[in-house]
Structures are given as structure tokens and as C-alpha cells.
Design a protein around this ligand. Structure first.
Ligand SMILES: C[S@@+](CC[C@H](N)C(=O)[O-])C[C@H]1O[C@@H](n2cnc3c(N)ncnc32)[C@H](O)[C@@H]1O
Length: 391
């Protein structure tokens, strides 16, 4: 990732050389450390650069949380800074590459996209943890009238399937590289025909990591249309009994069980079990009710929060854990006497958000973008606002 290693230089020149009319918007210094963060705006994009001074060399590098999608933008900004400050480069990797970023495809969707997405088809089906994608690709080919949303947490599998979508000329698949346990919340009510969960990881020793849970079931029943089905396929006896117990708790459903049912397409994973003559179970949960449209008013407003003297001392500390979420002010950077840049982690234990909060005498905002609009993030946000205002 883009960085420059340079000989130590006079950092008091930073504002003069790259301030205001150039790209620097603010400069913050770590509490209890000497590293700095430069808040920049370059070609209409905001992001952060980190400056880590050391005796022999200073490292100027990208910041992971605010990294812009186009890596070349970062490289250009670093190059600009090094030229304006006349830095003596010891090593760097800011040579431009024009290859496509790894997940660039019109069929790749970010979770944030779903906050205002337009669905190109009336019918939607979802596949959770599609792995090699055989089943997903097959379904999409057989049902061109349905949009298939595949959710896979493993990035290389997502990349591979995106390649296959292009190779096979399919137009009705979206790939989301995210945790399926949090994704369903982004979908509208009564929208889905089917939700496939084929051979989920059984997590016998860490059951809290399982995809199937009471919460996942409730969300599945909300997003399925009346008559739509959640379909679990598993080779694990344990998972089968666990899922069955979970599914029986849902009101207004019909549950159906099959054993060793042949599907039209066999995944690589399934083929392995078939060779070993293992039993395979299906559980279908049919949704028998219509849901209310989701009242999703999620707003990450800081409601007049401003910087007050000494706030930094009140924020330092360990993670604060609540029933289904946490907040952690991980690192605090001071912007002169006027404000703070706070790096924090918060939200669900499974998929925490990492964000910066920029707070000064005039106001407060997430830098660069707001968290994903999930209810657990909203709860964490409301707690953060309480902490920022607690006197
Ligand atoms: C055992 S593989 C099965 C793959 C495929 N369904 C098949 O039948 O061959 C389980 C897949 O689920 C994915 N996975 C596990 N947890 C997930 C989660 N929380 N959200 C999305 N995908 C997940 C894994 O990365 C893996 O690709």
C-alpha cells in the first residue's frame, strides 16, 4: 500500500507548504505519541495520511480506515506532498498502476450501496456463503427474471465469482463481500423469493459465530415474501438439530425436512461429502405472513456535539461492552487546542465498524463517511454521542 519513507524533515513547514489552498485541511497529533495525522482533500475526496517520525526516517503513509477506493489518488497525493515539502525519499511505492481494483465490477455492491439502491428486477433471491459460487451461478442462469444477491465473507471467493459472472455473461447477480448476519437488515420487507444457506460452517466449538440464529431467522422471515423460503442444506448432524430447534421457534412458518435430496447442481463442497456417502439434510422454512414495511429511520446525527476542553481525558480507556454491541475510543489525536480526531471501533462484535470522528468547537462528524445503517451501529452511535457530551 502507498507509502513514502523519507529523511527527517522540518514538520513546521507543513502548514505553509501544503496548508489551506493546497490539500491540507487539518493536522492532528496523537495523545501520548509523536505520530501525526494529516486530514487532506485531494481531487474532491477526503482521506487521512499518517506521518510517523523516527530518528532515522519519517514514514508517510495511507490510512486504512479512510483509504479512498482509487489507490492512485493516494499515490498522487503522497507524490504531491513529497514535492511541495521537497522531501528526500529513501524508499517508496507510489508508482502508478492502472489495473482494475480487485473488486471493481458493476456486479459488486458495497453494503452502503443498499441504503439507496434501485433493484433492477421485481424478484430477488439471496445466497449466503456461496463459496465457489456453483449454485449461485447456476440459479442465475436458470432464472434470468430473478436478481440473485450472493453474500460471501471470503474476499477471494467473491472475486472469483465476479470473474465468472463476466465470463458467463450473466446480468442478474450482485456480489456482496460482507457478513451475512448483518446484511439482511439492508433489504426491504417482503422482497425475497428464497434465501439459500448451503453448507454453512458448523462452528461446533464457537456456536455464536453461526449464520443461523434466532436473529437471522427473524430477519429472513421479514425479507421473505409470503410463500418465500429459507433453505438450509447441511451435512452436519449437530447443525441440523440446532437449526431445527431455532426454526421451530418462528411463528407463522411451515417447516419441511428432507434427507439426501438431489439438487440440480452440486457444489464442490457437497461433492466431497457425497463421495464419502455422508447424509445431507435440507430444512425449508416457508414464510406464511406479510410483514410491515421496515421503518428504517437511521440517522447518525451528533445533535450539536462540540469539542469542550478536556474531552480527550474522558474518552481514554478500554472498550465499553454492552449487551449486543460495544464502543471503543482506540486512539485520540489532538488538533491544536480546538478539537480532536478520534479513531473508534464500535457496533457488532462480529463486524465492528472502524471510523474516525472529527470534533471541534463548531461541530462533530464522522470523517470521511458515516457507518453502515444497521440498528446495532445506531445503538453504538447513540452511546458515542452520550460519551462525547458527558460532562
Ligand atoms: C463450507 S463453505 C460452503 C460454500 C458453498 N455454499 C458450497 O455449498 O460449496 C461456507 C461458506 O460460507 C462463507 N461464510 C461463512 N460465514 C459467513 C458469513 N457470516 N457471511 C457470509 N459468508 C460466510 C465462507 O466464507 C464459505 O465460503
Amino acid at each position: 500500500m502507498p507509502h513514502l519513507k523519507v529523511t527527517p524533515f522540518d514538520t513546521s513547514l507543513i502548514e505553509q507548504k501544503i496548508g489551506k489552498d493546497a490539500l491540507l485541511r487539518f493536522r492532528a497529533t496523537a495523545l501520548g505519541g509523536n505520530e501525526e495525522i494529516l486530514g487532506v482533500e485531494y481531487k474532491n475526496e477526503e482521506f487521512l495520511l499518517q506521518l510517523k517520525p523516527d530518528d532515522k526516517a519519517y514514514l508517510l503513509k495511507y490510512d486504512k480506515v479512510t483509504r479512498p477506493l482509487k489507490v492512485n489518488l493516494l499515490k498522487e497525493a503522497l507524490d504531491y506532498v513529497s514535492k511541495r515539502l521537497d522531501l528526500e525519499i529513501l524508499s517508496s511505492n507510489i508508482a502508478m498502476h492502472h489495473a482494475k481494483p480487485p473488486l471493481s465490477s458493476e456486479y459488486f455492491k458495497k453494503i452502503e450501496d443498499f441504503e439507496s439502491i434501485v433493484y433492477p428486477k421485481e424478484k430477488i433471491s439471496v445466497e449466503v456463503g456461496f463459496g465457489s459460487g456453483r449454485h449461485l451461478l447456476y440459479q442465475a442462469k436458470m432464472h434470468p427474471d430473478i436478481l440473485f444477491i450472493g453474500i460471501e465473507i471470503h474476499t477471494p471467493s467473491a472475486q472469483q465469482v465476479l470473474k465468472q459472472i463476466e465470463l458467463q455473461g450473466l446480468h442478474n447477480i450482485w456480489v456482496v463481500n460482507y457478513d451475512a448476519r448483518l446484511f439482511l437488515e439492508m433489504l426491504p420487507s417482503n422482497a425475497c423469493e428464497q434465501i439459500f444457506v448451503h453448507f454453512p460452517v458448523p462452528w461446533d466449538k464457537k456456536p455464536h459465530r453461526r449464520v443461523i440464529s434466532k436473529g437471522f431467522l427473524d430477519e429472513s422471515m421479514r425479507v421473505l415474501r409470503k410463500g418465500g423460503r429459507l433453505e438450509l442444506r447441511t451435512d452436519s448432524d449437530n447443525y441440523f438439530w440446532y437449526a431445527l430447534e431455532t426454526f421451530f421457534s418462528a411463528p407463522e412458518t411451515e417447516v419441511e425436512i428432507r434427507k439426501n435430496e438431489r439438487l440440480e447442481v452440486t457444489s464442490k463442497y457437497e461433492a466431497r461429502w457425497r463421495k464419502q456417502e455422508k447424509d445431507i439434510y435440507d430444512i425449508y422454512v416457508k414464510c406464511m405472513k406479510e410483514d410491515e414495511p421496515r421503518a428504517h429511520q437511521i440517522n447518525f446525527d451528533f445533535r450539536g456535539t462540540v469539542y469542550t476542553q478536556g474531552l480527550e481525558e474522558r474518552l481514554i480507556g478500554d472498550a465499553i461492552v454492552f449487551e449486543d454491541y460495544f464502543i471503543h475510543f482506540e486512539r485520540i489525536y489532538k488538533i491544536r487546542e480546538e478539537g480532536l480526531l478520534v479513531r473508534c471501533a464500535f457496533g457488532s462484535f462480529d463486524r465492528p465498524e472502524h471510523k474516525y470522528i472529527l470534533i471541534d468547537r463548531k461541530g462533530c462528524r464522522y470523517f470521511v463517511s458515516c457507518p453502515v445503517k444497521t440498528t446495532v451501529n445506531l445503538k453504538a452511535h447513540q452511546k458515542i454521542v452520550e460519551y462525547l457530551n458527558y460532562v
